[in-house]
Design a protein around this ligand. Structure first.
Ligand code: HEM
Length: 504
């Protein structure tokens, strides 16, 4: 070994030993200064890696740890990156509702989220402040124009007709996944940037593939550069594929934006991207700087990225879960059919007839209770030092609310693992008032999901249209699999085949 190699080995060793010691001292000082929530042993650099070694699903690992460490505990996700996890309805309420200002920050955990959000310029990862507020308000207003008018129903009906025709052609048991994706793509992308797709259209196949690959390889698991940030500069396969996938999608949205600018019509906006561009047209030199920033090209692109990612996968996964639960529970399915059959001609205006469908609404609630699409929400950042459950929460700590644990807590729900829509109904069949402390698939407080009304309208409209025409079952001998796929933040069903028959 030559002298250079010896020196560089010594340098690396010195760096590793020095850095490890630094982390240990910092962690010790942090623990001495604050009364932090308890948690599993934390190794230098690797943190609580061993808790996640065999199961990358955060909700699953957090639920297991919660059994040992209680309603509030801390876990080190690597490199001294300690997060706090909340497990019970009361403590999540305290954090997200009572402390909705203090704990409404966001902090990007790793560079892949920074790339996705354009450096925190989307709604999801933008920090709590005036620009985020303007962006979120703009999105809410835009969604409302669709939900409150007939537009959304028209979009959903035409997207449904497209997939119903494809489903009718299936002669063997099949997986619903791609049809549900196409359905939601054709509602959400039409609203967001005015596009509708056919199942074999190359752009849809590419976008759907990018979404699946990103959810699996980028957001679905902890990649080396999440734990050792400098690895993002090293051309290792996981970092390269994350860059390729996310940058490809950002570039795609840039092209949509440029196209919209070229064809911009002053008048009624054709989609959400155009709505934002029209607002931008109204800006003058005197306009408020925050308003200008909220309508910058980058913010528009990354708002559309949010709508695309947060809106499509969550809703389409929920629809697949709903179909699987109906296939597994023939009595529930009969009650859905019965309630829909009693509607008669009311199908012409679905917005009106929803109030007459308490059982279907209860099914929707129960599916989202059993399989919440965002089972640990998105971490909130403490904007200043605070306290939770008697423990100190230092400024900048990230907090995860374990929605899955609340939805499966026997203190909140009788037989929580049983699919039972009736739990949401009174004895006379009317809907019970929702307890928002124990049912929170869309989160709670200031950071609550911006797409809740849109998603619930889409899910309900789909439920009505689908079960009016079809009945579903599992192929004889096939065991249904309700164990969610191995994804870090999502709760997605695994691919499985079902039989879909046209009703007489
Ligand atoms: C079944 C469907 C859906 C579920 C279960 C769901 C769930 C969630 C959850 C749990 C959060 C995090 C809340 C928190 O941090 O406390 C969230 C945030 C968000 N969701 Fe959804 N979501 C759904 C559909 C949608 C749709 C359709 C859109 C848009 C088209 C959307 C856009 C967003 C955005 C932008 C945020 C970030 C809000 C913020 O940081 O202020 N979601 N969602």
């Amino acid at each position: 070994m030559d002298i250079d190699a010896v020196i560089s080995l010594l340098t690396v060793k010195t760096f590793v030993v020095g850095f490890t010691t630094f982390l240990l001292v910092m962690s010790y000082l942090q623990r001495k200064k604050y009364k932090l929530p308890p948690g599993p042993p934390q190794l230098p650099i690797l943190g609580s890696y061993f808790a996640f070694r065999n199961d990358g699903r955060l909700y699953s690992v957090f639920t297991k740890l919660g059994k040992s460490f209680g309603d509030i505990f801390s876990v080190d996700l690597g490199f001294g990156h300690t997060v706090v996890v909340l497990k019970s309805a009361d403590i999540v309420h305290e954090a997200l509702v009572e402390k909705k200002e203090t704990l409404a920050g966001r902090g990007v955990r790793t560079w892949k989220y920074e790339l996705f959000s354009g450096g925190n310029r989307d709604i999801i990862f933008s920090d709590y402040g005036p620009v985020w507020r303007l962006q979120k308000r703009m999105a809410l207003k835009a969604f409302r124009t669709y939900v409150a008018s007939n537009k959304l129903e028209t979009f959903t009906r035409s997207a449904f007709d497209e997939i119903a025709a494809l489903i009718e052609k299936e002669t063997e048991p099949f997986d619903m996944h791609v049809y549900m994706r196409l359905l939601i793509f054709n509602i959400v992308c039409r609203m967001a940037y005015g596009k509708i797709y056919k199942i074999n259209e190359p752009e849809f196949v590419w976008l759907n593939g990018v979404m699946d690959e990103s959810l699996g390889k980028v957001f679905g698991s902890i990649i080396p550069s999440d734990v050792i940030p400098v690895l993002k500069h090293v051309p290792i396969p996981s970092s390269l594929s994350a860059k390729r996938l996310l940058q490809g999608l950002i570039d795609f949205q840039k092209v949509q934006l440029e196209g919209h600018k070229r064809t911009l019509n002053l008048g009624e906006a054709r989609d959400i991207m155009e709505q934002m561009l029209l607002l931008k047209e109204e800006l003058t030199a005197e306009s408020d700087d925050d308003v200008k920033e909220s309508l910058s090209d980058l913010r528009i692109i990354h708002t559309i990225m949010d709508i695309f990612f947060a809106g499509i996968q969550t809703t389409s996964d929920t629809l697949v879960w709903m179909i699987l639960y109906a296939a597994d529970n023939p009595k529930v399915q009969s009650k859905i059919h019965e309630e829909l059959d009693s509607l008669g001609d009311d199908f012409c205006d679905l917005r009106q007839c929803k109030t007459k469908l308490p059982y279907c609404e209860a099914v929707q609630r129960e599916v989202m209770r059993m399989r919440p699409a965002g089972p640990v929400a998105i971490p909130h950042r403490a904007v200043c030092d605070t306290k939770l459950g008697g423990y100190d929460i230092p400024k900048n700590t990230l907090i995860f609310a374990n929605i899955w644990a609340i939805h499966h807590d026997p203190k909140n729900w009788e037989s929580p693992d049983v699919f039972k829509p009736e739990r949401f109904l009174n004895k006379d069949g009317s809907l019970k008032e929702l307890d928002k402390k124990t049912w929170l698939p869309f989160g709670s407080g200031n950071r609550k999901c911006v797409g809740e009304a849109l998603a619930r309208t889409n899910i309900m409209t789909f439920l009505i249209l689908f079960f009016q025409q079809f009945e579903v079952s599992f192929p004889p001998g096939q065991k249904p699999d309700f164990e969610p796929a191995m994804l870090e933040l999502a709760c997605a069903p695994k691919p499985q085949k079902i039989i879909v028959k046209k009703r007489q």
